[in-house]
Write a protein that binds this ligand. Sequence first.
Ligand SMILES: Cc1cc2nc3c(=O)[nH]c(=O)nc-3n(C[C@H](O)[C@H](O)[C@H](O)COP(=O)(O)O)c2cc1C
Length: 365
Amino acid sequence: MTVNSGFTLSRTGTDLRNRTVLAAMTNKQSEQDGTLSKAEIKWLLRRAEGGFAIVTTAASHVHPSGKSWEGEMGVWGDHQIPRLAELADGIRERGAVSLAQVFHGGLRAPRSLTGQQPVSASENREDGVEEISRELSSSEITDLVDAFAEAAERCEKAGFDGVEVHGAHGYLICQFLGEKTNRRNDRWGGNLIGRSLFLREIVRAIRSRTSEAFIVSVRLSPQIDNIGVSLRDSIELARMLADWDVDIIHISCWDAFVGAENEPEDPRTITRRFREAIPPSFPLLSTGSVWTEEDAEFVLGEGADLIGVARVAIAHPNWASRLGDGGYEPNRPPFTPEHLLDADLSPVFVDYMRKWRGYVTDGRE
Ligand SMILES: Cc1cc2nc3c(=O)[nH]c(=O)nc-3n(C[C@H](O)[C@H](O)[C@H](O)COP(=O)(O)O)c2cc1C
């Protein structure tokens, strides 16, 4: 098995042309009302053309109250369907499978964008956010579960093959999962079963409103200390997810080559630990610091079925189709703005990439 070999998602029977996934990337190019812009469609279609098996959209809010930054894609209204359909059709025509990443910013969705106080599992404050969040009521939680399901239904109507539920990186679902950010005493909090109920209900509701063939991937952060997400809980949650009609578990490792942060005595990579915990045939996607073909093969060797990449695909749109002879070593950052514009990033996106350390020649060092 190599990164170039095909793979079939077991539950839906969806055939993937290889093991590569374009991971979700925020690019700030959507319109004010959450509609995809032509520039955003162009950047994603170029990667579908470049051979990726799965193309994931940027994080997209499922409800206006969940918007976390300017230019964020939305999947909360039918006005967004025509452009979603243009993207989904284009991805399919280029031989790739499409996933829309669905999320809610929770405590990171500021009043300046939503017109309301941020909401979360509990009252929470985080460095860098403008305002303390308030705790959601039980009925508001159920409404947000419905918003996720409606958004998924809308994505299917627009022609998407599936969604990736964003349970990683500290946004609302992750705020429910975390012991520190979820201090509720009702059924939505407490032990891991309670803290993961929001995610459980979202998956269940999506399943009830979409067809059998619709793919549901769930993205998790293995460990985030300030939210209270522990590796042990995340592995236990992955075991639970394998029984929830989920099609892919996606672990966001940031660095797929290292072991757990605070367990130097255990040299196993995070990917290996998840692989060993979930059923051997359950589709596992792992992302984090893969740059070369050798890197991708290493992570496959650790037990991932699919390899996600983000930063390398910004500069190298054909990354996936260049794999094959074993030795592909694409150039590394920094990249000139001209190079990135040639790779179909718009000036807005290039500007956003200037904030990522060392990525653009005239950006942050
Ligand atoms: C510009 C940029 C935007 C990102 N936006 C998202 C996002 O919207 N949702 C998400 O889950 N991860 C997001 N990520 C994280 C990536 O999906 C990926 O997990 C991370 O960059 C590590 O992979 P890499 O080393 O291949 O870049 C983003 C990363 C980058 C570089």
